[in-house]
Ligand binder design. Structure first.
Ligand SMILES: Nc1nc2c(ncn2[C@@H]2O[C@H](COP(=O)(O)OP(=O)(O)OP(=O)(O)O)[C@@H](O)[C@H]2O)c(=O)[nH]1
Ligand SMILES: [Zn+2]
Length: 364
């Protein structure tokens, strides 16, 4: 993605969803730009006219990589950001703001798991929930198929993943073989933006390297950036793929958490949510209550206990994260009140001492 060969808007992911948000005036006066890099004090945007740096004003709406911005052609000032089709965000540790935007307008989240020891349905489910909550389409890629003893093992694991969500694309591959990864090309073609998640060592960089068929993303090199806990200036968050699409590669994607994503969890476990509606009590905890449809389904073997346990775990986890968010908001509010009270008190004191001075002056 060099500035000498400009990408078209379509290559940058422009589509009717964004086009529809533009008015006639903006057509004439603005450049449509995608945020491709984000630094502490500047962002790098790219349009069909090439790329350039922008310094967003302090009171601008929060912006993240992947966003579409309207930038005035002459002043180069951000006019506004466009509504997002999808967005990943997370709880920001030790920060004043509650949630931190990670990346916007990703089309497919490629959940990578290896077929060996790392294979864990509950972990895959967690990522599915995060993807669904962000309005991103999840795809599961099971790596190291070449290291499996037999095909039966591979087929069996594919079926287990497909049982989580019959509509979800699930592939088994040798991440080092380009012929295996060709199955992924429909999802990384022109205009599409993809991102990868998965545990360390499952083969994310290997897949990307094989897709790029270059050494540009040396296996392990990304980890160096992660250790420092920040982006390096040379790190580009949106990379062009030879297949035509864009790869979103921002460290935050690897730390996706469940925060206030009840919707995503409920969507991922929709059959349990549907069962829960049939329980006798609307506030059923699905433990020991009579007339519990969930317990009935577990007892007759229709519902997998692993899946039910993971559902409960993820609901609790996101509720816990959301509660700590709410608590922090409450603390911030209380702190704000405290500051106000202190300021009022000091204003009163000042006023009182001024009054004394005034009295004093009048008196003498
Ligand atoms: N045989 C085989 N080896 C694989 C496959 N996928 C990954 N590997 C190997 O597994 C190791 C780890 O792969 P990486 O691509 O570095 O894993 P990663 O997910 O990027 O890991 P992090 O960078 O730590 O997040 C490398 O030595 C790869 O060559 C596969 O499908 N088959
Ligand atoms: Zn119940």
């Amino acid at each position: 993605m060099s500035s000498s060969s400009h990408l078209s808007l379509q290559q940058l992911g422009w589509r009717p969803f964004f086009q529809q948000q533009i008015n006639l005036d903006e057509y004439d006066t603005c450049l449509f730009c995608r945020v491709v890099e984000q630094h502490r004090s500047k962002i790098v945007v790219e349009s069909d006219q090439g790329q350039f740096d922008i310094r967003p004003s302090n009171n601008a709406d929060p912006i993240c990589v992947g966003d579409w911005l309207l930038i005035n052609k002459t002043t180069k000032i951000i006019e506004r950001s466009l509504e997002r089709q999808s967005v990943f965000q997370r709880k920001s540790p030790g920060s004043k703001v509650d949630t931190q935007l990670i990346a916007a307008n990703i089309d497919h989240l490629i959940i990578v798991s290896s077929l060996n020891q790392d294979f864990n349905l509950s972990r895959i489910e967690r990522y599915i929930a995060v993807a669904k909550d962000a309005m991103v389409d999840p795809i599961v890629v099971l790596t190291k198929a070449d290291l499996c003893e037999n095909n039966e093992e591979v087929t069996n694991k594919i079926h287990q993943v497909q049982d989580l969500d019959a509509m979800m694309v699930t592939l088994a591959v040798n991440a080092l073989a380009y012929s295996d990864l060709e199955q992924l090309t429909p999802y990384c073609k022109l205009g599409q933006t993809i991102a990868f998640v998965g545990s360390s060592g499952v083969g994310k960089s290997t897949i990307v390297n094989t897709l790029l068929q270059t050494e540009s993303m040396k296996t392990g090199s990304i980890r160096e950036d992660d250790d420092k806990g920040r982006h390096t200036t040379t790190h580009r968050a949106l990379k062009s793929l030879p297949q035509g699409g864009l790869l979103m590669d921002t460290p935050g994607i690897r730390e996706l958490q469940l925060t206030e994503c009840e919707t995503g969890v409920n969507e991922t476990f929709s059959e349990i949510v549907a069962l829960a509606k049939q329980c006798r009590f609307s506030d059923c905890s699905h433990q020991t209550e009579p007339g519990c449809a969930v317990q009935r389904s577990l007892a007759n073997g229709e519902l997998d206990p692993r899946r039910f346990n993971n559902f409960q775990k993820l609901i609790k986890e996101q509720a816990f994260n959301s509660a700590t968010l709410a608590e922090r908001k409450e603390k911030d509010r209380n702190f704000g009140k405290l500051i106000n009270a202190v300021q009022n008190e000091s204003r009163l004191r000042k006023k009182a001492s001024n009054d004394i001075v005034v009295k004093f002056q009048i008196h003498f």
